[in-house]
Design a protein around this ligand. Structure first.
Ligand code: FE2
Length: 228
């Protein structure tokens, strides 16, 4: 009887896995960076970049995929309680994947234009909304430094109002949790794992230096796509 139960469970497990394959459960993989880990030095060390990308971002993806597979399994069994229980893991790890995927694109080596101020429509919009790029940077640094614990500071555009805003989010909450019309232009990770090895616990020093490798060209492209 015990053997029969075991065999039945095994068969059901295999069937479930087969059904997942048939349904094609989407899983996520670590995106490649368009630059070498050491290419952002001295603003961000290669050691931090490698650890941040290969360990931290990968862990969010691994846990996100695991939670999605568990959700799919729960849904196929009509297990609402487990489905609800999985939501926080999905939000946290999915948010971690979304946020870091944006963050890598927000950075670029100095020799490829990192830190070069935005021109064109985004440059004008920044001057209009914040008086100058320097004032915007000061505002983001102040708000980023004030995030309690872990989180993110964002320059975003409200695509309905076509207005620039600065927002912060806690933990791995993505920007969209602050409003469905917000599109991220520049997101800065203020978790300790993003700077501790190089800047110890002095987050303001990290914030001061990261602007040297911000990819304003990418931010301008997103802005123009959303607002022009
Ligand atoms: Fe991070």
């Amino acid at each position: 009887m015990a053997l029969r139960t075991l065999a039945t469970r095994k068969t059901l497990g295999e069937l479930c896995k087969f059904q997942q394959q048939i349904r094609g459960v989407q899983t996520f993989t670590l995106p490649d960076l368009s630059y070498d880990y050491g290419a952002l030095e001295p603003a961000i060390s290669g050691e931090i970049m490698q650890l941040h990308h290969q360990k931290h971002h990968q862990t969010y993806i691994t846990n996100y995929n695991k939670a999605i597979e568990q959700l799919d399994d729960a849904m196929s069994k009509g297990d609402a309680s487990t489905a609800v229980k999985l939501q926080s893991a999905i939000n946290f790890n999915g948010g971690g994947h979304v946020n870091h995927s944006i963050f890598w694109k927000n950075l670029t080596p100095v020799k490829e234009g990192g830190g070069e101020p935005p021109h064109g429509s985004l440059g004008s919009a920044i001057n209009e909304s914040f008086s100058s790029l320097e004032k915007l940077i000061a505002k983001m640094n102040a708000e980023g430094a004030a995030v309690q614990g872990s989180g993110w500071v964002w320059l975003a555009v409200n695509k309905e109002l076509k207005r620039l805003v600065v927002e912060t989010t806690a933990n791995q909450d993505p920007l969209i949790t602050k409003g469905p019309s917000l599109v991220p232009l520049v997101g800065i990770d203020v978790w300790e794992h993003a700077y501790y090895l190089q800047y110890k616990n002095v987050r303001p020093d990290y914030l001061k230096n990261i602007w040297k490798v911000i990819n304003w060209k990418y931010a301008s492209q997103v802005y123009e796509k959303e607002c022009l």
